[in-house]
Design a protein around this ligand. Structure first.
Ligand SMILES: Cc1cc2nc3c(=O)[nH]c(=O)nc-3n(C[C@H](O)[C@H](O)[C@H](O)COP(=O)(O)O)c2cc1C
Length: 171
C-alpha cells in the first residue's frame, strides 16, 4: 500500500526550486537504481549525475530547449554500456533495463520529497558530445530532478478494464 501511495504521488515535475539536492538523497536515489532488475542481470545502466550549471544549460539545448531541463538542479543522464543483447523474445534488453532503473529512481525521489521528469526529447549525439560519452554507449533518457516548484496534476489514465484483461486477449 505504501508503494502505491508513492506511485500515485509521482508526477512529471517541470518546474524546480533552486534549492540544491542533498548528496545523501542523491546517493539513496542511485542505490534504488542499482537494485533494479535487468535481463540476465547485465546491469548495463550507467548514470551521469550532472549538477554543473554550464553543463545543464548545454543539456537543455540538446533536449530541444525544454526550459525545465536547464532549471532542474540535477540531471541524471541514463546510459547503457551494452546495447547489443537481444532477449529471446526479440526485444533489445537495454532500453527496458535502463527504464526500470529510472523509474526506481523517480519513485525513490518521491520518497525523498523530490520530483523528477523523464526526458526522451533530446538529441543523443549532442548529449554524447557534451559529456564525452564514448561512441558505443547509448543515451537512453535523461531524468531531471529537484525540489518541485509546481503542484501535482490530476492523473489522466485509461480505466483498468481498458488496459488489463484475464486469461485471454479480450480487447
Ligand atoms: C519515456 C518517456 C519520455 C518522456 N519525455 C518527456 C519529455 O521529453 N518532455 C516532457 O516534458 N515530458 C516527458 N515525459 C513525461 C510524460 O509526458 C509524462 O510522464 C506523461 O504525460 C504522464 O504524466 P505524469 O508523469 O505527470 O503522470 C516522458 C515520459 C516518458 C515515460
Amino acid at each position: 500500500m505504501a508503494l502505491l501511495k508513492q506511485i500515485q504521488q509521482r508526477y512529471s515535475v517541470r518546474s524546480y526550486q533552486k534549492r540544491p539536492v542533498e548528496k545523501e538523497k542523491l546517493e539513496t536515489i542511485l542505490q534504488a537504481a542499482r537494485l533494479a532488475p535487468s535481463a540476465k542481470n547485465i546491469q548495463e545502466w550507467r548514470f551521469i549525475v550532472v549538477q554543473d550549471a554550464t553543463t545543464r544549460k548545454k543539456l537543455c539545448v540538446a533536449a530541444n530547449n525544454q526550459a525545465f531541463v536547464g532549471e532542474a538542479p540535477v540531471i541524471i543522464v541514463c546510459c547503457s554500456a551494452i546495447s547489443d543483447y537481444v532477449m529471446r523474445c526479440g526485444h533489445p534488453a537495454f532500453p527496458i533495463d535502463v527504464a526500470i532503473a529510472m523509474e526506481h529512481m523517480a519513485l525513490q525521489a518521491v520518497e525523498e520529497e523530490l520530483g523528477a521528469c523523464w526526458v526522451g526529447s533530446f538529441y543523443e549525439d549532442q548529449v554524447k558530445a557534451i559529456l564525452g560519452i564514448p561512441a558505443p554507449v547509448r543515451v537512453v533518457e535523461l531524468l531531471t530532478m529537484g525540489y518541485p516548484a509546481d503542484a501535482p496534476r490530476a492523473k489522466n489514465r485509461l480505466p483498468l478494464e481498458q488496459i488489463a484483461c484475464h486469461e485471454r486477449w479480450k480487447f
